[in-house]
Design a protein around this ligand. Structure first.
Ligand code: NAI
Length: 332
């Protein structure tokens, strides 16, 4: 046990990291930037947006944490300056869903936004870990990979589609059904990040013997939980606050890995060997994060027969979503 005096003077040391948020003025970008400002590992926080980032940065800069925060606008090479030498880039830039829209409906607008931001990352921060939040993640991640490949700087270990919102929703929703503490619930979520491509592996939880109807309803709620928020916001966007928490949590895990902490494991949508032989280049499964990004991709373990069926459907859609992203860059 540390004495009270020693506790007072003991400091936890972290390596300093430079982190950039592209789309920092938006619904996700603002609370995400706030949470990153509170992260002790982040000492240099750069915020970029087409509009509003300098204001968000000025606001956050008054919080007395150990980081400098700076906002950038498109003028004066703002994007380039925000990226130069940065180590982690989070991308929540793009339009969110309105009621009745699927994530795939966002492709026509968000694909080119993500493509252009990826090109800027390739040119100004070729070694950075890139965390893609902009939807449709199943297609935007392949877009980023193709852009980085075309620029000769693709590192599959440092590209992540952020699926953490599905993971946190799964913990929350299963706890509501099982009447348990959500902070103690851990559900592995695999596949992709949209509708039927999201597969929570209930059979691998302690609630595997849940009543079939309750389980099916739970799986459906996890897959389509985003729609609840889109509907409740009634045209004003999709999940922003829970997404910010999820994005900050995943960014912290990436930073923990870069910092050499052991056993940092989070599901993420990454360049994965699991189904490459079936033409599926990217897949979400638990990933061990380390000093070079992805250190190990875990296999998905044993599935129930129902989950095998969900996986088959997921793979069909996922393959098309990935091909759509790849073609957007290669056939442009
Ligand atoms: P928002 O519209 O509130 O904010 C988006 C921001 O991106 C705006 O401030 C806009 O100016 C900025 N932006 C647009 N083009 C840009 C560019 N070229 N460079 C820099 N900034 C640019 O939208 P919100 O709610 O923050 O959502 C952002 C994205 O995140 C959407 O695509 C949404 O679908 C996605 N999303 C992803 C989730 C996930 O789990 N991965 C969950 C929820 C939303």
């Amino acid at each position: 046990m540390l004495s009270a005096a020693k506790r007072c003077f003991s400091t936890t040391r972290f390596n300093p990291y430079k982190v950039t948020v592209l789309g920092a003025g938006g619904g996700i970008g603002q609370p995400l930037s706030l949470l990153l400002k509170l992260n002790q590992k982040v000492t240099d926080l750069r915020l970029y947006d087409l509009k509003g980032a300098p204001g968000v940065a000025a606001d956050l800069s008054h919080i007395p944490t150990n980081s400098v925060v700076k906002g950038f606008a498109p003028d004066n090479n703002g994007l380039q300056e925000a990226l130069k030498g940065t180590e982690v880039v989070l991308i929540p830039a793009g339009v969110p869903r309105k009621p009745g829209m699927t994530r795939d409906d966002l492709f026509s607008i968000n694909a080119s936004i993500v493509r252009d931001l990826a090109a800027a990352c390739a040119e100004n921060a070729p070694d950075a870990a890139i965390l893609v939040i902009s939807n449709p993640v199943n297609s935007t991640v392949p877009i980023v990979s193709q852009v980085l490949k075309s620029k000769g700087v693709y590192n599959p270990k440092k590209l992540f589609g952020v699926t953490t919102l599905d993971v946190i929703r799964a913990s929350r929703f299963i706890s509501e059904v099982a009447k348990t503490n959500p902070t103690q619930e851990k559900v592995t979520v695999i596949g992709g990040h949209s509708g039927i491509t999201i597969i929570p592996l209930i059979s691998q939880t302690k609630h595997k013997n849940m009543d079939t109807a309750a389980r099916d309803a739970l799986i459906n709620r996890i897959q389509f939980g985003g729609d609840e928020v889109v509907k409740a916001k009634n045209g004003a966007g999709s999940a922003t606050l829970s997404m910010a928490q999820a994005g900050a949590r995943f960014a912290n895990s990436v930073l923990q890995g870069l910092d050499g902490e052991s056993d940092v494991i989070e599901p993420a949508f990454v360049d994965s060997p699991l189904y490459k032989s079936e033409g599926i280049e990217f897949f979400a499964s638990p990933v061990k994060l380390g000093p070079h990004g992805v250190e190990k991709i875990y296999s998905i373990g044993e599935l129930s027969s129902e989950e095998e069926e969900l996986l088959a459907k997921c793979k069909e859609t996922l393959k098309k979503n990935i091909e759509k992203g790849v073609k957007f860059v290669t056939e442009a």
